[in-house]
Design a protein around this ligand. Structure first.
Ligand SMILES: Cc1cc2nc3c(=O)[nH]c(=O)nc-3n(C[C@H](O)[C@H](O)[C@H](O)COP(=O)(O)OP(=O)(O)OC[C@H]3O[C@@H](n4cnc5c(N)ncnc54)[C@H](O)[C@@H]3O)c2cc1C
Length: 508
């Protein structure tokens, strides 16, 4: 039987894969999207439905400095997008502190003695900063003082990454908490709010409002998948790509996928767009890449993540979107309150649904703990941090997210570069997009922009755009002065500290 040849076979129905599929389908290019999940599209940006309660994997703010990305969200799901206020706090030793920190509130809650010590420690940091800070601890201590670092930064960061702040490079702090210092926090707290001239001037950490689909981020991607199907594209669930073979005689990609019944199917495309983790892709490619590239791919690492979803009688205890748990007495790192993201996340207004987030490595103690035990742990911890009484928890579920964070260690850039060069040389019709697809610890907007440019490249029949030049704000910088600027952002990431610190980025 003659097999269909798609213009592109796309692996993954997350934001990157579906954006590419949508952009291509709009131009009548045929696509087949293969998604390993049997039920959900959206990838890390999916929304899990448990008995009518909707759980977001982490809480996804829809905010981009890129006008094109914002417009695409509006085009896909504009009518379902809400404008939501942001409210988040830090829990530390029995007290809640507004986040981003409001200096006067923070100092008053810490008490007179601790506040004086914090101010002295801040002054000491200003008078005697660590010259050339190499570690996360040094960088943040320079900005806020050692005491505030210990209270408001250390515990959460160490929970997220599972390593000491002395092992983490200063670079992610410089990048992630960019534009934020005690000085800027005081200015933010005191001065009347001026609307930024344009969205590129916004400090992302400080944005007060964001967009959010009525029933969570998955709604955006379910609508997008429907639109792709409506345009004639195929989005196939429960199809895990297990092999990607390039047939050089016919210039075609043959992708093998295992379906939900365990049977193998083959899909044929002129182009292959991959949003699966680079480590998996390289292991699947045939003919194989040189051993140096295979070894580089095996060296890429990931941090994993699980959410314990709790359904709780609403006693009006808190209305924040999320709360960072800086307290070392509990393992939970962050608590999401989905009803505050959107009232439609719960089917009954008498209940709330919380997501207790635990950071872990696939296969470690937490990851392999049974769901029942994890739910009991979460019930005990939500009571310990005073956000709900265990007795008010009526039900729960566990959502595991492997490869939630591509790890930026001191060697990752070298490895990615090795793989990129090998792929570019051998396979011009293979396109890497998205977060794990490019090993880029970035948001949906970056994943989408890489997919939008890839679709343009395929439609143009040439690589007009270098997707690696898209920066973390989803802005595309061509070669030249702006290109150098993008490169500079990249090189700020992985610097090994003299005592062997690893470089990673964390999530705030
Ligand atoms: C805790 C957390 C909070 C976040 N918060 C935000 C936020 O507030 N705002 C924001 O914009 N972004 C946020 N993000 C980032 C966002 O989730 C990602 O940037 C986005 O989902 C990346 O899209 P993607 O398509 O590249 O990858 P993914 O979302 O990972 O999708 C990849 C898809 O490919 C599928 N797949 C993988 N391998 C195969 C295979 N072999 N065969 C078939 N299918 C396969 C997967 O099942 C998945 O569906 C957050 C992420 C995390 C972890």
């Amino acid at each position: 039987m003659e097999r269909t040849i798609f213009r592109a076979v796309i692996v993954g129905a997350g934001p990157a894969g579906l954006t590419a599929a949508y952009e291509l389908s709009k131009q009548q290019a045929t696509v087949a999207v293969l998604e390993s999940d049997p039920e959900y599209v959206g990838g890390i940006s999916r929304t899990v439905n448990y008995k009518g309660f909707h759980f977001d994997i982490g809480g996804h703010r829809f905010f981009s400095k890129s006008r094109e990305v914002e417009d695409l969200w509006t085009e896909i799901a504009g009518a379902d997008m809400l404008d939501r206020p942001r409210s988040s706090r830090i829990y530390y030793r029995g007290k809640f502190y507004t986040y981003p920190l409001k200096p006067f509130e923070a100092l008053s809650k810490l008490g007179v003695i601790e506040s004086v010590l914090c101010m002295l420690s801040f002054l000491a940091a200003k008078l005697h900063p660590v010259r050339e800070p190499k570690t996360f601890e040094d960088w943040v201590s320079n900005q806020f003082g050692k005491r505030l670092f210990r209270i408001f930064f250390r515990t959460y960061t160490e929970k997220v990454w599972g390593m000491s702040c002395r092992e983490i490079s200063a670079d992610w702090a410089a990048q992630r908490i960019k534009g934020l210092s005690l000085g800027s926090a005081i200015k933010h707290a005191l001065l009347p709010k001026k609307k930024p001239k344009d969205r590129t001037q916004v400090v992302k950490t400080l944005i007060d409002t964001f967009r959010y689909p009525r029933r969570g981020p998955g709604m955006m991607w379910e609508t997008c998948a429907e639109k792709v199907r409506g345009l004639g594209g195929s989005v196939m669930m429960g199809r895990k790509a297990t092999g990607c073979r390039f047939d050089s005689a016919r210039n075609l990609w043959i992708v093998t996928a295992r379906n939900a019944k365990g049977e193998f199917e083959e899909y044929c495309g002129e182009h292959l767009i991959s949003s699966m983790p680079i480590r998996e892709l390289v292991a699947q490619i045939e003919p194989r890449l040189p051993e140096t590239a295979c070894e580089a791919a095996r060296s890429l690492r990931y941090r994993d993540f699980l959410t314990v979803g709790l359904i709780v009688h609403d006693r009006g205890r808190f209305s924040d979107n999320w709360i960072y748990i800086h307290d070392p007495m509990v393992q939970v790192g962050r608590v999401q309150n989905y009803k505050s993201w959107s009232p439609e996340m719960v089917p009954d207004p008498n209940y709330c649904s919380y997501g207790l987030e635990y950071f872990c490595f696939e296969g470690d103690g937490l990851w392999t703990t049974s769901d029942a035990v994890l739910i009991e742990l979460a019930k005990a911890e939500i009571q310990k941090v005073n956000l709900a009484a265990s007795a008010d928890v009526t039900d729960g579920c566990v959502i595991r997210q492997p490869k939630a964070y591509p790890v930026y260690d001191d060697a990752y850039q070298r490895h990615v570069e090795t793989i990129r060069k090998a792929l570019d040389a051998a396979y011009p019709t293979l396109h890497l997009v998205g977060r794990n697809g490019m090993h880029k610890y970035n948001n949906q907007d970056h994943a989408m922009m890489t997919a939008m440019l890839t679709a343009k490249n395929i439609l143009a029949g040439e690589r007009k755009y270098d997707v690696w030049a898209v920066n973390q704000d989803a802005e595309y910088h061509e070669a030249g002065a702006a290109g150098e600027q993008a490169a500079e952002v990249e090189t700020r990431v992985p610097v090994k500290t003299p005592d062997g610190a690893r470089t990673v980025k964390a999530s705030y």
